[in-house]
Design a binder for this molecule. Structure first.
Ligand code: COA
Length: 475
């Protein structure tokens, strides 16, 4: 055990070191103060003309299906050069899935792979691996969402990639993080179920429900994009890359965190804002499905509007936000509810929500969802019309903001895609059509990697970038 003298000695050394580092911080701050922590001077170019946010970032894109492609598409929209590597002759499996136009890439593929370049490489061919080695050396990020172990089986282990290019960030989507399920293959709805979303979605009397929004795939791709951008930012300081992992189960749980909140609240009594409470149905041990309850502190429900008998989307989501309770009472013709002790306070209303929403619905059924929207918003009542995909596709305002974009494709013609939902004031989104399979193989080999025409011819003859010729194989 250290004696008192030794301890004091150590303490004074620690104090001295702390003083020294504090002096260093002050010096650093004063030396960089004039120019914002070493950043370049603010650009004098007009906003929107100083290049794109991720300009200069090159992505080696090994993604397929939905989760990974969502991530790299967003990075491409932000200005990264995304080079998608696909298997010769086959490509991303979604090119041929859910096809609506014969012999053209499906919308499944085209809507997830815009603004990218496509190069075909057989990663299991020695010459294919040579090309990949060159790509690894000049790219900033490798993104993949293969089944667990597939990248390693290709020979592209973290150690291998890191040795070739210590600055490379290797970003992966997997179904599960380390643990009992880490080797499982996972698709969207597996993640929705394992991440807690499905058990809390649907109606209490019915089975668990998956949702149409792809929170497992696209949600995780979005998480991965944030991880990549953060790793790029840290690399500015450290000079080295790192691994970025997003498990789909984790991504879904992150999006379903309010239900984990409610799980813990259950230990302290019933969840009074769930309509189940007002209906006198006891709670079990786990968070129940809450139908169209709001999930927040303001009671809400989905209500029919005029035309609901024939239009499946003639509904409005109606939130009875406490501060506008008086305005709601006036609108629906129940002014006495403003002062009636059974209705005047949020607490008094909780056990009566079913009756209250039935009364509001009597009113909404006399109006179209857009009329309800106009009338309610004029007095600050938050409501949401149920918009069909048809209505969204035809919505002019979404086109104007670039959230819905029409692009032209050489084999399928014009199609709609979702543009960049994240708007940056100095970086206009770059939303372009998806590439044909291998469309940029020659371009990347010659212009990015510097192969000569004769070298490219040799690579082509080797079969490393082209599908095996079936007629030759049969002969
Ligand atoms: N050249 C040669 N081989 C290639 C290649 C190329 N350019 N690109 C891919 N391959 C091979 C891989 O090496 C691998 O082969 P191996 O298993 O023999 O090692 C295979 O193609 C890819 O396989 P895998 O990822 O297992 O595809 P799959 O169609 O069987 O499974 C998923 C699809 C989505 C279930 C699986 O990839 C997965 O679980 N991914 C992680 C979770 C995820 O992202 N899921 C959401 C998808 S939207």
């Amino acid at each position: 055990m250290a004696n008192k003298k030794q301890k004091n000695g150590k303490a004074s050394k620690v104090r001295a070191a702390a003083k020294k580092s504090a002096r260093k911080v002050v010096k650093l701050a004063s030396s960089t103060k004039a120019n914002g922590n070493g950043l370049p001077k603010p650009s004098s170019k007009p906003y929107g003309q100083a290049g794109l946010a991720l300009q200069g970032v090159r992505i080696l894109d090994f993604t397929h299906v939905q989760s990974g492609p969502t991530c790299t598409q967003l990075l491409a929209y932000m200005g990264a050069d995304v080079i998608k590597v696909e298997r010769p002759g086959a490509g991303d499996i979604t090119r041929g899935q859910l096809r609506d136009v014969p012999n053209a890439d499906s919308l499944y593929f085209t809507m997830l792979n815009g603004t990218k370049r496509s190069i075909t490489i057989d990663s299991k061919h020695p010459k294919g691996m040579d090309i990949l080695n060159r790509l690894i050396k000049i790219c900033d990020v490798l993104v993949e969402n293969f089944a667990p172990g597939a990248l390693d089986r290709m020979g592209l282990t973290w150690e291998y990639v890191h040795k070739l290019n210590p600055r490379m960030i290797v970003a992966s989507v997997k179904g599960f993080g380390p643990g009992p399920y880490e080797d499982c293959k996972v698709y969207e709805n597996v993640a929705q179920c394992a991440g807690g979303a499905a058990s809390t979605t649907g109606f209490r009397e019915g089975p668990p429900l998956v949702t149409g929004a792809q929170i497992g795939d696209s949600g995780t791709g979005l998480h991965l994009a944030l991880g990549i951008v953060s790793a790029l930012y840290q690399r500015n300081r450290t000079g080295r890359g790192q691994k970025v992992l997003c498990a789909m189960q984790d991504g879904v749980l992150n999006l379903a965190r309010v239900k984990l909140r409610d799980q813990q609240r259950l230990a302290h009594g019933p969840l009074t804002e769930y309509s189940q409470f007002g209906e006198g149905v006891p709670f079990g041990k786990a968070v129940p499905r809450a139908g169209n309850d709001s999930g927040g502190g303001q009671p809400a429900w989905l209500l029919k509007c005029k035309g609901w008998e024939s239009d499946p989307d003639a509904y409005i989501y109606f939130i009875t936000q406490a501060p506008v309770w008086g305005a709601i009472c006036d609108l629906i013709g129940e002014p006495t509810w403003k002062t009636d002790p059974d209705y005047a306070t949020p607490k008094a209303r909780l056990p009566r929500l079913k009756k209250i929403f039935a009364r509001i619905e009597d009113w909404t059924m006399t109006k179209t969802k857009f009329e309800v929207m106009d009338i309610c918003n004029a007095v600050d009542i938050p409501v949401g019309p149920i918009l069909s995909m048809k209505e969204i596709a035809e919505d002019e305002s979404l086109r104007k903001t670039g959230t819905v974009v029409e692009v032209d494709h050489p084999t399928r013609g014009k199609y709609l895609t979702v543009g960049n939902p994240i708007k940056l004031s100095d970086s206009p989104a770059k939303v372009e059509r998806s590439p044909l399979l291998g469309e940029h193989t020659d371009e990347v080999l010659s212009k990015v990697l510097g192969y000569s025409a004769s070298q490219i011819a040799e690579i082509k003859a080797s079969g490393a970038i082209t599908a095996p010729d079936k007629s030759k194989a049969a002969a």
